[in-house]
Design a protein around this ligand. Structure first.
Ligand SMILES: Cc1cc2nc3c(=O)[nH]c(=O)nc-3n(C[C@H](O)[C@H](O)[C@H](O)COP(=O)(O)O)c2cc1C
Length: 149
């Protein structure tokens, strides 16, 4: 049977809220990506850390253990940071064997489109057997229900 899971990264809770709704609407399991990194709650400090990771190509260690063998579909959620996914999404693609799985990315943002993050995700799946499906912005319940319809 086709099984799906929502896997997400979130620091201030927006992507978490979206992930929970997507899991409920699609009957998927759900897991949050955790790292050893202590993500600052203060915006300026978080922005500085995000920038440092991005500029230095730092892929934070994911501490979440996941057995993905029974899933064929993964909804992958992340906030848009400087028009890209956070670097922990690089770590995600490195840590887990996603061969032959379908990945549907979604993002929350202040105002950026989902599509702005897409080239980065495309570059991560390039040359693999991962099937990338059309992703969506998940800023509101409306955006989510429309994307899943
Ligand atoms: C470091 C950083 C960079 C951000 N860059 C963008 C951006 O480029 N475009 C945008 O629309 N929002 C940007 N935002 C806003 C976040 O995408 C938005 O608040 C998101 O919903 C946060 O998700 P979370 O609550 O799951 O952590 C940025 C936020 C942070 C902390």
């Amino acid at each position: 049977m086709m099984k799906s899971i929502v896997i997400y990264f979130s620091t201030s809770g927006n992507t978490e809220k979206a992930a929970k709704l997507i899991a409920k609407e699609t009957g998927s399991d759900i897991e949050r990506l955790q790292a050893k990194t202590a993500w600052p709650t203060n915006f300026d400090d978080l922005a500085a850390l995000a920038k440092e990771q991005s500029e230095n190509n730092i892929h934070p260690d994911i501490t979440t253990d996941l057995d993905l063998s029974s899933y064929d579909k993964i909804y992958l959620g992340y906030p848009t940071w400087y028009e890209k996914p956070p670097m922990i999404i690089d770590s995600f693609f490195e840590k887990f064997d996603l061969s032959d799985k379908t990945v549907i990315p979604f993002s929350t943002s202040g105002s950026s489109t989902f599509e702005i993050t897409l080239p980065y995700i495309e570059s991560m799946v390039k040359g693999s057997s991962i099937k990338l499906e059309e992703g969506f912005r998940a800023n509101s319940e409306t955006e989510i229900t429309e994307a899943l319809a």
